[in-house]
Design a protein around this ligand. Structure first.
Ligand code: HEC
Length: 482
C-alpha cells in the first residue's frame, strides 16, 4: 500500500531540478504532490526465488529501471546538477528545451512530454551537456529487481483467489510492464550478479514500453503450479493409455451385445436358472471394497478439479484440496486395515497367484476374454480355493504393490511441499512429483474403467455387482466379482 517506483528517469529533470520518477500504483493530477495522490495496491511481479532455507518459492518483486547520462570513456554518471543546468535556466525550462519538448504548445512540459523519445530531443540535450563540458554524453539504463519483503502478510492473509495462480492463465506467467518508455530508446541492462532472475523475454512494444513476456504454457523455471503447469509427456502418455483402455472395453462390450443378440433364442446359457446361492463376500470385504471405491472416486474427481482448477470447476480449489487430503487418509487407513485383515485371515491367498499351472490358466482366461465370452463359451476355472482369476491377480498385484504405493508416496510428498518444503525440495519438488502423481492417476482411471466394465461380464450384467452388494452369488456362477 505504498508508492512503488517503476522507473527513475535521470536523463531529464522536472522543474524542481530532480529526475522524473514514475510510479506503478499512483493516480495523481499533474503537479499533485506524492502525499495527496491516490495509492492503489501494488500488483507485484511474481518470480521464483531461492530463499534462505534453500527452498525455491514464488516471491513478489518490483523491477525498477534507472536511466541516466554517462560521459567519456570511463562511463561515469553525469552529475545531476549538470543535467539540471542543461534543462533549466533561472525561470524554468530553457527556451530551447521548451521549444523541443512542449509538443502541444501550452507553454509547459507535462509528464508525457518530458521524455527523450526522439533523436532530436536526445541530440538537443546531448549538445547542451557538451556545452557544459561533458564529453561524449550517452544514455545508459540499468534494471534492478527488488524483492518485496516488507509489508508482505503471512500465509493466513495471503491471496484467497487460488485461481489467480492455479489456472490456465496464471499470474505466475503473466506479462509485466518493466518500463513505460525507454529514454533514447535504450533498454535497461539487468544488473550483473543480481539475486533475482527474470525468466522471460524483454521486448519493446509498439508504444515504446518495455514488457516482460513469459511463457503462458509453463510456469517460470522449475515451479509446478497445479492447474497451470502441464507436464506434456506424462500427461499425454497417461491420457493415451486411458483412451486405449476406454476404446478397448467399448469395442469388447459392443461385440458382446451384438453377438449375444445374434445368439439369443438359440442358446440359453446366459439365462440358465440358478441352483441356489453361495456366500462369497463377507460383510467386512464388502465394506472395505465400497469404502475403497468411494474414496477412490472422490480422489479422482477432486484430483481432476485440482488438475484443471480455474476452468469452471464444480467446487473451488480449497474445498477440492481438503477433500482430496481427507479421502487420501480414508483410503490409506482402509488399505492398511484391509491389508491387516487379509494377512490375519489368510484371505491374502486370493491375491497371490497359484504357481502351479499359472501360465495355462492365464492363457485360458485370455482366450475366454477374446473368444469364449462372445460365443457363450464356458468360463475357465480358477485355481482351487482362489476367488480371483489369474488375470485379476496380476492386475491387483500391480495395483497394490506398485500403483498404490506410488500414489501414496508422491501424494504425501506433494502435501509436504506446503508444510515442509525443504523435505520435498530435496526430491526435486513438485516439478517431478506432480507429473508422476498425475501419470499414476491416469493409470488408476484406466483401471477403474476396466474394472467397472469387467463387473458387467457375469452371466447377467448385474450379477457381479449384486454379489458385491449382498455378499451372495448364484451357486452356478462361474466366478465372483472381477
Ligand atoms: C500467488 C500465486 C498462488 C496463489 C494465489 C495460490 N497458490 Fe497454491 N501454489 C503456488 C505455488 C507457486 C506453489 C508451489 C509450486 C512448486 O512448489 O513448484 C503452490 C502450491 C500449491 C499446492 C501444492 C503444494 C502443497 O501445498 O500441497 C496446493 C495444494 C496449492 N498450492 C493450493 C492452493 C490453494 C487451495 C490456493 C487458494 C487458497 C492457492 N494454492 C493459492 C502459487 C499460488
Amino acid at each position: 500500500m505504498a508508492p512503488a517506483v517503476e522507473m527513475v528517469d535521470a536523463t531529464v529533470v522536472t522543474t524542481t531540478g530532480l529526475p522524473l520518477v514514475r510510479y506503478r500504483n499512483l493516480t495523481r493530477a499533474p503537479g499533485e504532490p506524492l502525499n495527496t495522490a491516490t495509492v492503489r495496491p501494488l500488483r507485484p511481479l511474481l518470480v521464483e526465488r531461492e530463499e534462505a532455507d534453500g527452498v525455491r518459492r514464488l516471491a513478489p518483486v518490483n523491477p525498477v529501471s534507472r536511466f541516466r547520462w554517462i560521459s567519456g570513456l570511463d562511463r561515469v554518471e553525469v552529475p545531476g546538477d549538470l543535467v539540471a543546468q542543461a534543462f533549466l535556466d533561472g525561470q524554468g525550462y530553457a527556451a530551447q528545451v521548451l521549444q523541443a519538448f512542449d509538443a502541444n504548445r501550452d507553454g509547459r512540459i507535462d509528464e508525457q512530454e518530458l521524455r527523450l523519445d526522439s533523436a532530436a530531443k536526445v541530440d538537443l540535450v546531448a549538445r547542451r551537456l557538451r556545452a557544459l563540458g561533458v564529453s561524449e554524453p550517452t544514455i545508459e539504463g540499468t534494471l534492478e529487481v527488488y524483492p518485496l519483503s516488507h509489508g508482505v502478510p503471512a500465509r493466513e492473509r495471503a491471496l484467497r483467489d487460488c485461481t489467480a495462480c492455479h489456472a490456465g492463465s496464471s499470474r505466475v506467467a503473466e506479462d509485466f510492464l518493466i518500463a513505460g518508455y525507454l529514454p533514447g530508446g535504450t533498454p535497461p541492462r539487468p544488473r550483473e550478479g543480481s539475486k533475482v532472475e527474470l525468466a522471460g523475454l524483454l521486448a519493446i512494444q509498439s508504444d515504446g514500453s518495455l514488457m516482460l513476456h513469459r511463457d503462458q504454457d509453463s510456469a517460470p523455471t522449475d515451479l509446478h503450479v497445479l492447474g497451470h503447469s502441464r507436464q506434456g509427456f506424462t500427461n499425454t502418455l497417461g491420457f493415451a493409455l486411458f483412451v486405449a483402455v476406454a476404446l478397448g472395453v467399448s469395442a469388447h462390450g459392443i461385440m458382446r451385445v451384438v453377438l449375444r443378440k445374434m445368439r439369443s433364442g438359440a442358446d440359453t446359457h446366459a439365462t440358465g436358472g440358478s441352483k441356489g446361492k453361495e456366500y462369497v463376500f463377507g460383510s467386512y470385504e464388502r465394506i472395505w471394497h465400497w469404502t475403497m471405491a468411494f474414496s477412490g472416486m472422490v480422489l479422482i474427481v477432486t484430483g481432476i478439479v485440482i488438475h484443471k482448477s480455474g476452468d469452471r470447476a464444480i467446487i473451488d480449489l480449497p474445498k477440492a484440496v481438503s477433500l482430496h487430503n481427507v479421502f487420501a487418509v480414508v483410503l490409506m487407513a482402509n488399505a492398511f486395515l484391509a491389508l491387516f485383515y487379509h494377512l490375519t485371515t489368510k484371505a491374502i491367498r486370493n491375491f497371490i497367484p497359484e504357481p502351479k499351472g499359472f501360465l495355462g490358466r492365464v492363457l485360458s482366461h485370455m482366450e475366454y476374454q477374446t473368444r469364449g465370452i462372445f460365443f457363450g463359451g464356458p468360463h475357465p476355472v480358477n485355481a482351487p480355493g482362489h476367488k480371483l482369476n489369474p488375470l485379476q491377480q496380476v492386475t491387483y498385484l500391480g495395483l497394490l504393490n506398485f500403483l498404490f504405493p506410488l500414489q501414496i508416496v508422491t501424494g504425501v510428498l506433494i502435501w509436504t511441499v506446503g508444510n515442509w518444503p525443504s523435505a520435498a525440495t530435496a526430491l526435486g519438488g513438485l516439478h517431478y512429483l506432480a507429473p508422476i502423481h498425475n501419470l499414476g492417476s491416469w493409470l488408476f482411471l484406466s483401471f477403474f474403467v476396466l474394472h467397472v466394465y469387467l463387473v458387467t461380464t457375469g452371466r447377467t450384467p448385474t450379477e457381479h455387482l449384486e454379489s458385491m452388494l449382498t455378499g451372495y452369488q448364484p451357486l452356478d456362477a462361474e466366478e465372483p466379482t472381477p
